[in-house]
Design a protein around this ligand. Structure first.
Ligand SMILES: Nc1ncnc2c1ncn2[C@@H]1O[C@H](COP(=O)(O)OP(=O)(O)O)[C@@H](O)[C@H]1O
Ligand SMILES: [Mg+2]
Length: 261
């Protein structure tokens, strides 16, 4: 980890406020993490530990009653946490993309898949529509979809959850961002498709993408990750190279996670 990180999350704090009983959930509470080019950085932790809130915070997608209270998000050397909405549009998708845990969050149910995928390209690049469609179709095939012509002409609500998930993965990969955050990208998919998607992420890493893979599945981590961050109650309790984390876990929580599989 000696070179410059592509994404550097520093001291992120995202809290949710319950006004009814005056309580605060410190979902992410002083979390720092670095992701590097050509590496898969896994973020592991139990359900509710703050993994998804971390990812959403990077994209400034936290709504009331939540609030990002602190933190810098340094992407390719630039702090993106204070960008205006308009500036952010230029960065999201092109420099950093996300695969959401819940695909319904990312796809508009009433716009054809074709138009949503093409938009991901055309918002950032000047290419002919015809060429954009070819790229979309190739990408759908890469994530293991067949009948790509039919899918391109479907609305997301006509597709299964697993298909939507793969469309979203294709969308995130279309613009070749320098960072891809994948939040439990395979949880909803069956094992063969899961393997195909992980293989695809692995290829992207080999091509130099920095990938943050959020998962509660330590088997997936052992197979794919270079670096591992273990998160508990919104804080990193341990981080390091994948071998060290599995061979000599230091923290009780990490040991319990490993023992539970
Ligand atoms: N919109 C929200 N309102 C209130 N609490 C939330 C909201 N979203 C997440 N949380 C809380 O933040 C914590 C972390 O959630 P999350 O990041 O989704 O966990 P993970 O992805 O690790 O399973 C949980 O305690 C969850 O209840
Ligand atoms: Mg989650």
């Amino acid at each position: 980890m000696d070179n410059e990180p592509v994404l550097d999350i520093r001291n992120l704090k995202t809290y949710f406020y319950n006004s009814k009983n005056n309580t605060v959930i410190k979902a992410v509470d002083g979390l720092s993490l670095k992701a590097f080019k050509g590496k898969i950085t896994a973020v592991v932790g139990q359900s509710g530990s703050g993994k998804s809130v971390m990812a959403l915070s990077v994209f400034n997608l936290i709504d009331e009653p939540g609030k990002i209270e602190a933190g810098d998000i340094i992407l390719n050397g630039r702090d993106i946490s204070k960008l205006t909405k308009r500036e952010r549009v230029k960065v999201h998708g092109k420099e950093i993309a996300m695969i959401f845990q819940d695909p319904t969050g990312a796809l508009n149910p009433v716009i054809k898949v074709k138009n949503q995928l093409m938009e991901a390209i055309l918002i950032h690049e000047k290419v002919k529509k015809k060429d954009a469609i070819i790229r979309c179709e190739d990408m759908l095939k890469k994530v293991g979809l067949k009948n790509t012509d039919k899918i391109l002409n479907s609305y997301p609500f006509e597709l299964s959850g697993g298909m939507c998930q793969r469309v979203m993965i294709a969308m995130a990969m279309l613009t070749n961002p320098s960072v891809l955050i994948a939040d439990e990208p395979t949880t909803a998919l069956d094992l063969t498709i899961q393997a195909g998607i992980l293989e695809e992420l692995f290829k992207l890493k080999e091509l130099g993408m920095a990938i943050i893979l959020i998962t509660h599945d330590l088997g997936v981590v052992a197979q794919t990750a270079d670096d591992v961050y273990v998160v508990n109650r919104g804080k990193i309790v341990e981080s390091g190279n994948v071998y060290d984390i599995f061979e000599k876990p230091q923290h009780k929580y990490t040991k319990e996670l490993i023992e539970s599989v």
